[in-house]
Design a protein. Structure first.
Length: 328
């Protein structure tokens, strides 16, 4: 069967980038120096992804402070400066969005932040967009009479940008969706939550010209895997540090691609490629996905630049061993 690898989120900044950012904050450096270092590091991480044979190539997003940042490029969206913890990480995000409803189907707001000239144009570059359900759950969107109309409007906005990015060469659209599995893990998930996620993906889950992936993380997806499997996306991403692999093995994923986050993006300890291959083979045999992917659980920004490069090496070696044991 087909087996592939890719990264799933922002990459940890280099020490050089930390240095120039700190100098700029203290008035001893310039924004231009920061931008130059970002571009240098972006080139390096894209080159490492290519060298490792990753099937999709992402922008390491050194410009991005949180998942929702690019939404600020839309004039109808205003964000206050209050900071909240990003789940249980030592990261923060600015959480309130005020929306002048209805939102236009604007395009170019995410493209504005992408280094398109550095990314492959042959369908191998992947874009990571916030899922509409996580936006309304984590950002307190205002300006709508109910959550369904808000999530549908946001889904139209996300779909328009996804279609635009495909026209620029993107081959995979990943929707980051941590909120639904976090609520499930906390025991606060209600039927309305599932309906809202479904309503959003009915609009933006299928994108002509690209495959789509719903990437869940920071929570246990096990109890709602049958529901997630039925959603209109091509691939389902699972954080296997929060979701026990035994739950995955109980589900038949025929007709769906499966991306397993077996690489811990929040721990610098290296995984053993041989052990990963055993787990992947078991999933391939028992779950029957149309394609099987190995990924980190989420972005590696919390563990830093060098450990992130080591995770890329693990992806490379695991892919080599998998095909050594399972020739194409």
């Amino acid at each position: 069967m087909f087996f592939g690898t890719y990264l799933t989120g922002a990459f940890g900044p280099s020490q050089e980038l930390y240095k120039v950012r700190n100098l700029e904050k203290r008035g001893k450096g310039s924004l231009e120096e920061v931008q130059q270092q970002i571009r240098k590091d972006t080139k390096a991480v894209i080159r490492e992804q290519e060298r490792a044979g990753l099937d999709f190539i992402i922008d390491p997003a050194f410009w991005q402070y949180d998942l929702f940042q690019s939404l600020e490029n839309i004039p109808q969206i205003v964000r206050t400066r209050k900071h909240e913890n990003w789940f249980d990480n030592n990261l923060f995000y600015r959480w309130r969005l005020s929306v002048d409803a209805p939102l236009p189907a604007a395009t170019g707001w995410f493209e504005k932040d992408l280094p398109l000239d550095l990314l492959p144009k042959d369908g191998r570059f992947m874009v990571i967009l916030p899922c509409p359900y996580s936006i309304i759950t984590l950002c307190n969107v205002s300006g709508y009479q109910d959550k369904k109309s808000a999530v549908q409007d946001l889904a139209k906005l996300i779909r328009a940008e996804a279609l635009h990015l495909v026209s620029l060469g993107a081959g995979r659209i990943q929707y980051d969706e941590p909120a639904i599995v976090q609520k499930q893990s906390l025991g606060s998930l209600e039927r309305e939550d599932l309906k809202l996620l479904e309503a959003a993906l009915d609009i933006c889950g299928t994108i002509p010209g690209a495959s789509t992936s719903l990437h869940t993380y920071f929570g246990n997806a096990g109890p709602i895997l049958p529901f997630l499997d039925d959603l209109p996306v091509d691939c389902l991403g699972i954080d296997c540090r929060k979701t026990n692999l035994s739950s995955v093995l109980q589900q038949d994923f025929s007709g769906k691609q499966l991306a397993l986050g077996l690489i811990d993006a929040r721990n610098t300890d290296p995984e053993e490629p041989e052990e990963l291959v055993v787990q992947l083979q078991k999933v391939a045999e028992q779950c029957h996905p149309t394609k099987l992917w190995l990924t980190p659980t989420t972005g590696t920004e919390t563990i830093g630049y060098t450990p992130g490069l080591k995770k890329i090496e693990i992806l490379k070696e695991t892919k080599r061993l998998f095909y050594e044991k399972n020739p194409k």
